[in-house]
Design a protein around this ligand. Structure first.
Ligand code: COA
Length: 339
């Protein structure tokens, strides 16, 4: 239907007014961004200043002679306690401030800011990371299952190993971003993924031959089992994440997290036997490969290299898991005592 000029002008006027409003809102937005970036700079420099002075302070306190009065002793103890706990508060603050990327992220992503500035965004990123892990793990489990039971082509094994390399490399990047955002992932798990990526890369280059065929089924069965355990682990870890989010509490073990604690212990005691069995399977793989390397017709360097990787994985996984469980038990006992 043809429109008259008055309608067009009316519409245009309305559009223009909205555009003016939009320009104003965008100007305010840019101004606030500027303010935020100034606040971020202020906070960051204040934190480094505080850190330096706190360090000096703790030296001073150490050298300081205790005064005769009980009150002086109390005051000194109070300062000591605060100098001990304050660095944690700084780290917590820093996880909401932009910072320079570490070496790995600088190499992979360049110097782009990866700090997520609020808790919801951090949770959403972690949630997405757990989902990514779960989906890819299911794909890997199906793939290795098919390779184990139904088809036996070196070409398909190569695709499986390529997928594994892709999976572990992506995890290392995502985990570095999570750590920048305040996650407490232990260094070993990140290192574990570097080694696993390397191991899968080496498996990819292992030429088809008698020795490869000898190890193939053991490796595929291990892959199926590992993916299965990783699914359980993902279920446990996203369970922890959802419960923590529901509580609205993180890194804070007070009474309100009692329900979370009991769920966590149930999950952990269910998971641990599967994890330890997987660790001993890694040891078994390592030892089998070392034995294979002794054979007179073993010419491939991949045999020894994969054996060493499996052995490192076993040692790291086993001792880190034991340390994690011991630490969790210790905190639980301390909490019980303080109740
Ligand atoms: N990979 C990636 N992230 C991990 C991790 C792992 N294996 N283990 C722990 N984390 C993360 C947690 O998600 C948590 O992150 P957040 O700070 O962002 O919330 C942080 O590290 C601290 O976790 P923590 O409290 O120490 O442990 P947990 O209760 O989440 O998990 C275990 C404990 C033992 C279940 C877990 O470490 C694990 O599964 N380890 C075994 C892995 C393994 O051996 N795999 C090979 C199987 S064959």
């Amino acid at each position: 239907m043809p429109q008259g000029l008055p309608e067009v002008l009316e519409e245009w006027k309305w559009l223009e007014e909205e555009y003016q409003q939009l320009q104003e809102t965008h100007r305010i937005y840019l101004q606030k961004l500027d303010e935020i970036s100034n606040l971020q700079k202020n906070c960051s420099s204040s934190i480094s200043r505080q850190r330096k002075r706190l360090n000096e302070m703790s030296h001073l306190v150490k050298k300081c002679n205790k005064g005769p009065s009980e009150e002086d002793v109390k005051k000194l103890e109070e300062i000591k306690e605060k100098t001990r706990t304050r660095p944690n508060a700084f780290s917590e603050m820093e996880s909401f401030l932009p910072k320079k990327n570490g070496l790995y992220l600088s190499l992979v992503l360049g110097n782009v800011n990866v700090t997520l500035l609020n808790k919801q965004a951090k949770f959403a990123y972690k949630d997405e990371y757990e989902k990514f892990k779960l989906y890819l793990t299911v794909v890997l489990m199906l793939f290795s299952f098919i390779c184990y039971f139904f088809v036996s082509y070196r070409f398909l094994d190569a695709i499986l190993n390529f997928l594994l390399v892709f999976y572990y490399c992506t995890l290392t990047i995502r985990e570095s971003i999570l750590i920048t955002n305040g996650s407490r992932i232990k260094g070993w798990w990140v290192f574990h993924h570097y080694i696993s990526a390397f191991l899968s890369g080496v498996m990819l280059t292992w030429p088809d031959g008698n020795l490869y065929k000898l190890f193939r089924n053991q490796f595929l069965a291990y892959s199926v089992y590992q993916s299965f355990v990783q699914c359980l682990q993902c279920y446990y870890q996203s369970g922890c994440l959802y419960r923590l989010r529901a509580l609205g509490e993180r890194h804070n073990m007070d009474l309100t997290v009692e329900g979370f604690q009991s769920w966590m212990w149930k999950g952990l005691t269910f998971l641990l036997p599967f994890l330890f069995f997987g660790h001993f399977w890694q040891l078994f793989n390592g030892l089998s490969l070392f034995r294979m390397a002794q054979l007179p017709d073993c010419k491939e360097w991949q045999v020894m290299m994969c054996g060493a990787c499996f052995l490192i994985l076993f040692l790291g996984n086993f001792f880190t898991t034991v340390a994690v469980v011991r630490q969790k038990l210790k905190t639980r006992n301390q909490k019980r005592k303080s109740l």
